[in-house]
Write a protein that binds this ligand. Structure first.
Ligand code: HEM
Length: 152
């Protein structure tokens, strides 16, 4: 039910929030997920070095990511930043985004259980896809429809 609402019908803010709350998503769960996820990211052989080269203040980054996910899942408006400019210059392509999503999915299911985990992943996927397109466009390599951005 929650999946149908979140994925197929592109619901407005109130329905997104209701679906999240029905699945048990609250600020405490978001904080647990964000901290577990970035602990894995920091230790990851592929993504760790990319993050560690950019993020000097991890407490600040974690707080920012909690605010971001709170805005996405609970529509709280706590995040006021712009994700795209933070990513376009990164040395990443489709493989990095797939790897990010794989780690995120694993962590979300472990930390949040299947229902809430699936909601987080359903929200992460289109955001990852749009960041990937942004990176491609920034590199003047926008792929055609249904194609992914791969660096040569
Ligand atoms: C290849 C995958 C990714 C990499 C390597 C990556 C890397 C980074 C790095 C290094 C920063 C910090 C930038 C800075 O402080 O200068 C950042 C910030 C951020 N990332 Fe990602 N990211 C990835 C995917 C994603 C995805 C899929 C999402 C959302 C679902 C996301 C959401 C954010 C947000 C909200 C910020 C904070 C931006 C701001 O307000 O400054 N990232 N990311």
């Amino acid at each position: 039910m929650a999946d149908d609402l979140a994925i197929q019908h592109a619901p407005g803010p109130r329905l997104i929030r209701a679906a999240s709350e029905a699945a048990g998503v609250d600020e405490a769960l978001i904080e647990k997920l964000v901290h577990a996820f970035y602990a894995r990211i920091r230790a990851d052989a592929v993504l760790g070095p990319i993050f560690n080269a950019k993020v000097a203040d991890w407490d600040r980054h974690l707080a920012q990511m909690c605010a971001f996910w709170s805005s996405v899942m609970l529509q709280s408006g706590r995040y006021l930043g712009r994700p795209m400019p933070a990513h376009v210059r990164l040395p990443v392509d489709a493989a990095h985004f797939d790897h990010w999503l794989g780690l995120f999915e694993q962590t979300a299911h472990q930390v949040c259980g299947p229902e809430a985990g699936a909601l987080f992943v359903a929200r992460a996927r289109p955001i990852a896809a749009s960041l990937e397109m942004g990176v491609a466009a920034f590199n003047q390599a926008l792929p055609g429809p249904d194609r992914r951005y791969r660096r040569s």
